[in-house]
Design a protein around this ligand. Structure first.
Ligand SMILES: NC(=O)c1ccc[n+]([C@@H]2O[C@H](COP(=O)([O-])OP(=O)(O)OC[C@H]3O[C@@H](n4cnc5c(N)ncnc54)[C@H](OP(=O)(O)O)[C@@H]3O)[C@@H](O)[C@H]2O)c1
Length: 249
């Protein structure tokens, strides 16, 4: 049985890493996927691979920090695929790695816009569409950095990722009764370009009890759980997929 048969899913930041793995897995599991990133070429490569595997996919190129990108994503869901059931708000940015007092206002605003305001703009567009179908599932890709004891140089990033839990709780309070489930997925280090060079990946691996970082596909599986009927009573939650992160627990 395919877990997402007849479902329609938006996945932002889907030309690389966790978003790409999620788009592929969701399409394999029967969903029509609307995928997004700023760069068109890499996004089209992902779409081609999904089509070749028999999946249904549409691309929307645009920055998730801009409201219009989300309007276009939702419009494609509604007009081409007939509605919206799932949104994985995944796109994000680490920003400049600096001690807090050295972060400029512009650098702060950039990280908050990329990770937090983008998620707010996403759900503002996604929730009304989901309500027309009688509910849906929203997943935010947060980070273990949002709840850990603090990682040097990552104050803005950690703050933005921690704040996503506020969105999860707020959406749950407002819309769970109407069938919308909102949850956050908190990855530990994941083997993607965002995780940095080999030395940075080794450092991240050392933070986790498993002493390794994840493959993007392992996060896609967790996102699938949160997006599918398998998690029908899971709402307002944080799911850690962090290999047992010693800095958190
Ligand atoms: N990798 C890790 O260790 C790790 C750990 C914890 C949490 N996370 C979180 O997981 C999420 C995905 O990260 P990843 O590691 O998979 O990163 P990645 O491999 O670098 O991929 C990032 C994706 O997001 C897109 N993107 C970036 N900024 C965007 C924007 N403003 N608008 C639209 N698309 C944008 C990128 O394409 P374009 O550049 O073409 O737009 C790309 O498709 C992020 O929210 C990140 O904070 C990652």
């Amino acid at each position: 049985m395919k877990l997402l048969e007849n479902k329609v899913a938006i996945i932002t930041g889907a030309s690389s890493g966790i978003g790409r793995a999620t788009a592929r897995l969701f399409a394999e599991q029967g969903a029509a996927v609307i995928i997004n990133a700023r760069g068109a070429a890499a996004l089209e490569d992902v779409a081609s691979a999904i089509r070749q595997a028999g999946g249904r996919v549409h691309t929307v190129v645009g920055d998730v920090g801009i409201e219009e990108t989300h309007a276009r994503l939702t419009e494609v869901a509604m007009t081409i695929f007939g509605g919206l059931d799932i949104a994985v708000n995944n796109a994000g940015a680490v920003g400049a790695m600096k001690p807090l007092a050295e972060i400029s206002v512009e650098e702060w605003d950039h990280v908050i816009a990329a990770n937090l305001t983008s998620a707010f703009l996403g759900v503002r567009s996604q929730i009304p569409a989901m309500l027309k179908r009688g509910g849906g599932s929203v997943v935010f890709i947060s980070s273990f950095v949002g709840t850990s004891a603090g990682i040097p140089g990552m104050a803005a990033y950690g703050t933005s990722k921690a704040a996503l839990m506020g969105l999860v709780k707020g959406i749950t309070a407002d819309y769970a009764v109407k069938g919308i489930r909102a949850n956050a997925l908190l990855p530990g280090g994941v083997d993607t370009p965002m995780a940095g060079d080999a030395a940075q990946k080794e450092w991240a691996a050392g933070l986790h009890a498993m002493k390794r970082i994840a493959e993007p596909e392992e996060l896609a599986q967790a996102a699938l759980f949160l997006s599918s009927p398998m998690s029908s009573f899971v709402a307002g939650s944080a799911l850690f997929a962090d290999g047992g992160n010693a800095a958190v627990k």
